[in-house]
Design a protein around this ligand. Structure first.
Ligand code: GLN
Length: 229
């Protein structure tokens, strides 16, 4: 007979490193997305394990049901909605460009035209650059650790990724070495990803709404972003 949904241990796929939404601290995965999911899972009495993987692997893993949930600051996009389901939006994001502090030629995102730009494979950033810019090259990396290292080493002219992640890097590991170039692009919204038709979507949406109403969402937002949602 069919197993009861509540008995199943869900596999939650996360990006290996997308600060401050999901990243490794010691031997634990922490971040805004992890905290948000922990609250949702507690209320819905869901058991789960965390499966870190490269961002580009998440949508294929949802399509084959190798994972049950993708928790990854994933931008809700029409093309993606054709192959996976998303929760309601839970975070307003955008895209920002970053250069070395010694860079004197790139002052705006348009200045990336003709330059070598690092970005993470399979992300909304790649789509955005292709649609709006003419860089000399988009150098793709499976994760931002490698992309940002290439920028620090001067192997690329700029890196572009989600604004909160770029901002976090500029304020922490990249402090004094890199800076945001120009004005970030806004308009992205993050959703939690699910295989098409997952019965979890309406349940998770109800929990998100409840957490927004009872202040738990704002509390987590303050904890990870230091500001009001
Ligand atoms: N928001 C970006 C996207 O969905 C990527 C987020 C991430 O790097 N985990 O394409």
């Amino acid at each position: 007979g069919a197993a009861h949904a509540e008995d199943k241990t869900l596999v939650v796929g996360t990006d290996t490193s997308f600060m401050p939404f999901e990243f490794k601290q010691g031997d634990k995965y922490v971040g805004f997305d992890l905290d948000l999911w922990a609250e949702i899972a507690k209320d819905l009495k869901l058991k789960y394990t965390i499966q870190p993987m490269d961002f580009a692997g998440l949508i294929p893993a949802l399509q084959t049901s190798n994972i049950d949930v993708a928790l990854s600051g994933m931008t809700i996009k029409e093309e993606r909605k054709k192959v996976i389901d998303f929760s309601d939006p839970y975070y307003d994001s955008g895209l920002a460009a970053m250069v070395r502090t010694d860079n004197t030629t790139i002052h705006s995102i348009d200045d990336l035209n003709g330059k070598v730009v690092a970005a993470k494979t399979g992300t909304a950033t790649i789509d955005w650059i292709k649609a709006h810019l003419k860089p000399a090259e988009i150098r793709q990396f499976p994760n931002t650790d490698e992309a940002y290292m290439a920028l620090e080493a001067g192997r690329v002219d700029a890196a572009m990724h989600d604004t909160p992640n770029v901002q976090f890097f500029v304020n922490t590991a990249g402090k004094g070495k890199v800076k945001v170039a120009g004005t970030p692009v806004s308009g992205d919204k993050y959703g939690i990803g699910f295989p098409k038709g997952s019965p979890l979507v309406p349940q998770v949406n109800a929990e998100l709404a409840r957490m927004k109403a009872d202040g738990r969402y704002a509390q987590l937002y303050r904890k990870w972003f230091g500001s009001e949602p």
